[in-house]
Design a protein around this ligand. Structure first.
Ligand SMILES: [Zn+2]
Length: 417
């Protein structure tokens, strides 16, 4: 049975969110990039708060900051509540931070109420969830799930510092990376970063799965020429092929989204034309497509269709399709059905409305799902906006999500003892 006495201290939760947000590059609020001095300052503040909440605090081999309390049953494994304290440049105060601070509030509440869990509990600030200057994201959650390869560790930033060296600089120990086998369940609270919950006036989003993300580069090549003297019939303009394909990508994504096989979106976010001059027929056109799906088979079908269609558009424009390359490719990650049920029951018991929804953004829990059952709570954010200083979630929404999470964790702990 859900425990409806799961009430957290809302004011302290809010004060903590604001206090961590204040650790920012003053010239570009709100910026606290992973691996930076400011990031370490934010973490020093977090570590102090962890200690004050009665958690023992350390940095693991993958550079994650962990606050831990032991459980009554050493065999029961660990419940992880985690998210990230790093931000994108000129980002917000909630993406990532809300999940870490919610975990802190839960740990503090358990301590204040004198509640012992069977499981150990860890509040985790995963290292570098956002894309870092080493060209990789989710460094900390990759690092404890076997997804940080030696090649990844050799990636370097513009100052030629390797990720391996940076990881050590953050207090990690890249030589001792190991896959966690003790996690009984992973939970993450996160702002939705989209407009659905707010528009539907629903308190809690229960995430069904985290989309897989595939990025594809396509380059068309034609013949550069004078924009005034080359007759229309004699042109080989690669941008015509790219433009046709961009429209097709939108239409195809709409059709796939309507097929009832979950969230599907595709975006052409990069268009590069050379030489990019008003009086020159382009020589090359490069586009990068970002496609996201809950359903791996659907993604593969999209990629096959994109391959065929890009060749067809190249043919029709009398240009060459030089290449089609998958720049990156991640699998969708399913959230655990039983944990989703617990969150749903907790929302119901506390009179909060909830709905199931996919996450169109990547999260640390996508990696944790490789080693443990995971679940995510989404809370509404103003206007669905994220990765901007205007990012905003109300104190009530934060408290509601945190209380639902706490209640589900209490249920999970008592049911799996
Ligand atoms: Zn995030």
């Amino acid at each position: 049975m859900p425990k409806t006495d799961a009430i957290i201290d809302r004011d302290r939760l809010w004060e903590d969110i604001m206090a961590l947000g204040a650790v920012t590059d003053p010239a570009r609020p709100y910026t606290r990039r992973s691996f930076s001095q400011l990031f370490l300052e934010g973490r020093a503040w977090l570590a102090e708060r962890f200690l004050a909440a009665g958690l023992s605090t350390h940095i693991d081999a993958a550079g994650n900051l962990i606050g831990r309390r032991e459980g009554e049953d050493p065999q029961a494994g660990t419940i992880v509540i985690g998210s990230h304290s790093d931000s994108v440049p000129s980002g917000g105060r909630f993406d990532g931070m809300a999940g870490v601070i919610a975990g802190l509030a839960i740990a503090r509440d358990l301590r204040d109420q004198g509640i012992m869990l069977g499981h150990a509990l860890e509040i985790v600030d995963f290292l570098a969830e956002e894309p870092s200057e080493y060209g990789i994201s989710c460094v900390g959650s990759r690092g404890i799930t076997g997804m940080l390869s030696p090649a990844d560790l050799r990636l370097h930033n513009k100052q030629d510092e390797t990720l391996e060296a940076a990881l050590s600089r953050m207090g990690g120990d890249p030589g001792r990376l190991a896959i966690r086998t003790d996690i009984a369940a992973g939970f993450e609270l996160h702002i939705e970063q989209g407009p659905v919950l707010e528009a539907k006036e629903i308190n809690i989003g229960i995430v069904t799965s985290i989309v897989g993300i595939t990025r594809i580069e396509i380059i068309f090549q034609g013949t550069a020429g004078h924009a005034g003297t080359t007759p229309m019939t004699l042109r080989r303009d690669p941008l015509i092929a790219a433009a046709g394909l961009i429209g097709w990508i939108r239409d195809k994504a709409e059709a796939f989204a309507a097929r009832g096989r979950g969230h599907f979106v595709a975006t052409t976010g990069i268009v590069e034309v050379l030489p990019n001059a008003s009086n020159v027929i382009p020589k090359t056109a490069r586009i990068v497509v970002d496609a996201r799906s809950e359903d791996r088979d659907l993604m593969e079908e999209f990629c096959r269709a994109l391959d065929a269609e890009s060749l067809a558009f190249a043919d029709a424009a009398n240009v060459d399709r030089l290449n089609l390359t998958r720049l990156s490719d991640s699998m969708p990650a399913a959230c655990d059905p039983a944990l989703q049920e617990l969150l749903g029951a907790s929302a119901d018991a506390s009179g909060r409305s909830s709905m199931r929804m996919a996450s169109g953004a990547g999260h640390d829990m996508a990696f944790i799902s490789l080693v443990a059952p995971v679940a995510m709570v989404f809370i509404p954010c103003k206007g669905g906006r994220s990765h901007t200083p205007e990012e905003w979630a109300s104190p009530e929404a934060l408290a509601a999500g945190t209380e639902v999470l706490l209640d589900a964790i209490l249920s999970f702990d008592s049911s799996s003892r």
